[in-house]
Every structure is written in structure tokens, then in C-alpha cells.
Ligand binder design. Structure first.
Ligand code: 5GP
Ligand code: MN
Length: 349
């Protein structure tokens, strides 16, 4: 059994909003991941199966690794179909915001969502959400927005309406945000959520393979190159940095999503507490950080790159050169040494 997590009034209000709505838009953060697409597309499946007209509108196109999700082709990326996205948002009578905590995470979609006059709901698991919706469901202690969305579905009494397609999408966010149940999954109820999704007929091995493992040969070679030639280790600070510039990305025919998972790999090196990947994108340097032992990479991303995220998985954007982005972190590293906790058996010897 799942314990109740939400205020009864909020649940009744959400239920009423869904019942009253005809056209629902679901949206998520820029550069969407498995949790962002899983939660929006999963809820869209649910709403469509109860007779609503639900559409997923994303700021930009989702990575190829998520194209196996049922109806992923129906996703309307604002960068690709700006007029269609604008019309869907304008005509919506409910907007559900998933997996982000401030409007700026919507990139150029932010003004459209902000100015939309319909009711809005936030469903998210990042810390400290801004107040930009009529109801906020914010649970940073949860593994994923998909877990949160699933619990909401149960509490409003719609579990029986979840199809295998909806459950597949929700399970994908659960699986990607927990890295197949290796992080953010110490709450035993995470496994209850998984069981209830499996009972809908979800094919977990397929999700793990498609969302976390399968990659193009170019992508594999880019990652091998990054680890072999571009990984820098800062022993004193237990840190690792990987930088990838435009030319290097071009050399390996970089496609959106090709660096997914890369930032985790240096954490397998003994003694490394955190890793920061810096990638030269069209408009900025995209920073992506991961850590172990609660080392606060969210603080680094906030302090240095105006970003944020979770304590052990965070990101940001840097406007400037890749070299300056790297230098900024290298110079700041000593100030984060105080957060290094070495609590493995080996470190105690
Ligand atoms: P990723 O490294 O996979 O892009 O993101 C890891 C985590 O950090 C996610 O929870 C994501 O929402 C958050 N994050 C990534 N980039 C940014 C950013 O530019 N700003 C903020 N506030 N959070 C970010
Ligand atoms: Mn998430």
C-alpha cells in the first residue's frame, strides 16, 4: 500500500480541474529527460483515455532515446512547431507543468505559459519551487516527477484508468531518475510504485534498454573519446571535469542526448566525489554535474552557473567560453572541499 502524501483539499481541487477541463497542455523543462517526457506523456495518455484532448508541448525536441515511448511522435516541440504550440497553449483550459521549479527552465516557452490565462498545476520534485501555478505539488523527497504523478493519479482515484502506455511512460521517469534503481530509491514505497506499474503490463527490460542503454556507434565513440582524452581528475578536490567543444562534438556527429549518462561514469573511479561535464552548445556552455555521498553539486551549479537541480544531480548554463567555464570551476574547487564526505569502508582505513 502507498501512504497518502497530499492535502485532501489540493487533491479534490486537482480532480475538479481535470474533470472540468477539455483541452489540457502538459509541459516540461528544456532539454527534456526521461522523467520530464515520462510524466507529461504518461499523464497525457491518462487524460486522453478519459476523453480529454491532451497535448504535450516541450520547449525543444526530446532526445532520440525516448522515441520508443508510445505516441512520442505526437509531442509538439516549440522550437519545431512554434505556431502549433502557441495555439495549443492559447486554447488550453488547463496547463500541467511537470519536472521543473521555475519558469526560466522553459526557455523561450516561458512567456507563453506565464501569460496563459487558464488554470495551471505544478507537479515537480525539485527543491524550492517558484509560485507560478494555481496548485503546487512539490515533493523533493520523491525519486522522480513520475513517482509523484503516479501517486497523484492514485489519490484522485484514477489508477484503474491508467493504460499500459501511460504506465510505460511513468515507469520510464522512475527508471531514468533512479538510474534503474541505484540512486534516489531508498524509500521502500518506490518499489510499491514500480510493482503497481508492472501490474499494468509495463516491459521494464525494454525501458532500461531503450532509455538508458542503447546508443549510436558515434555516441559510444564520443563517450569513449571524452573519457580517454578529455577527463581531468583533481585528486586533492576529489573532482573530475570533462569538457567537450563544438569541434569535438561535430567530429562524432553529435546528436541531442549523446552525452546522456557520460557525467556519471567518472564517479565509478575510486576517490571521486563529483564530476562536472561542460558541453559547448549553440547558445551556451551546458553544465551537467553528478556526485556521490551527498556532495552538493546543486550548490556549485547555483553559485557558478545560475543553475540548480538536486543535491547529487544538477546543471546550469554558462554564457562565455568553454575555457572560462572550466577555469571558473577549477578556481572555485578549494571552496567546496569542506563538503567532501568520505564514508566508504576503504576511505576509513
Ligand atoms: P542534467 O545534468 O541531466 O541536465 O540535469 C540534472 C538535474 O539538474 C535535473 O534535475 C535538471 O532539472 C537540473 N538542471 C539541469 N540544467 C539546469 C539548469 O540550467 N538550471 C536549473 N535550475 N536546473 C538544471
Ligand atoms: Mn526529474
Amino acid at each position: 500500500m502507498l501512504s497518502k502524501k497530499f492535502d485532501g483539499d489540493d487533491i479534490r481541487r486537482l480532480h475538479r480541474m481535470i474533470k472540468d477541463a477539455t483541452r489540457i497542455v502538459l509541459t516540461c523543462h528544456v532539454r527534456p529527460d526521461g522523467d520530464a517526457i515520462g510524466s507529461t506523456l504518461g499523464l497525457a495518455h491518462l487524460f486522453n483515455s478519459i476523453g480529454k484532448k491532451a497535448s504535450v508541448v516541450t520547449p525543444d525536441i526530446p532526445p532520440r532515446s525516448l522515441s520508443f515511448l508510445p505516441d512520442s511522435k505526437e509531442i509538439v516541440a516549440y522550437t519545431k512547431y512554434p505556431d502549433f504550440a502557441r495555439r495549443l497553449i492559447k486554447d488550453a483550459d488547463l496547463i500541467v507543468c511537470c519536472d521543473f521549479n521555475k519558469l526560466s527552465r522553459l526557455d523561450s516557452l516561458d512567456a507563453l505559459i506565464k501569460e496563459a490565462e487558464c488554470e495551471k498545476v505544478l507537479i515537480d520534485h525539485h527543491q524550492f519551487p517558484d509560485c507560478f501555478t494555481d496548485i503546487t505539488f512539490s515533493c523533493p523527497e520523491m525519486s522522480s516527477t513520475c513517482e509523484l504523478a503516479f501517486r497523484l493519479v492514485c489519490e484522485i482515484g484514477m489508477y484503474q484508468d491508467l493504460s499500459v502506455d501511460a504506465a510505460t511512460c511513468l515507469a520510464t521517469g522512475l527508471i531514468t531518475d533512479t538510474r534503474n534503481f541505484s540512486v534516489n530509491c531508498s524509500d521502500p514505497e518506490v518499489y510499491v510504485v514500480l510493482i503497481k506499474l508492472l501490474e499494468k503490463g509495463v516491459d521494464k527490460p525494454k525501458i532500461v534498454r531503450e532509455a538508458l542503454e542503447v546508443k549510436s556507434l558515434d555516441c559510444l565513440r564520443l563517450q569513449v573519446y571524452a573519457l580517454n582524452d578529455k577527463l581531468e581528475i583533481f585528486d586533492r578536490h576529489r573532482a573530475a571535469i570533462i569538457t567537450l567543444d563544438k569541434e569535438e562534438l561535430r567530429r562524432f556527429n553529435y546528436q541531442k542526448g549523446d552525452t546522456e549518462g557520460l557525467v556519471n561514469i567518472p564517479l565509478t573511479v575510486e576517490g571521486i566525489s563529483y564530476c562536472v561535464l561542460m558541453r559547448e552548445d549553440e547558445d551556451c556552455i551546458k553544465v551537467s554535474a553528478r556526485s556521490i555521498n551527498s556532495f552538493p553539486v546543486s550548490k556549485i551549479c547555483e553559485d557558478l552557473y545560475g543553475g540548480g537541480g538536486h543535491i547529487m544531480a544538477a546543471g546550469g548554463e554558462f554564457k562565455g567560453t568553454l575555457e572560462d567555464c572550466r577555469k571558473m570551476l577549477v578556481e572555485a574547487m578549494p571552496s567546496y572541499d569542506e563538503f567532501i564526505r568520505t564514508n566508504t569502508a576503504r576511505d576509513n582505513h
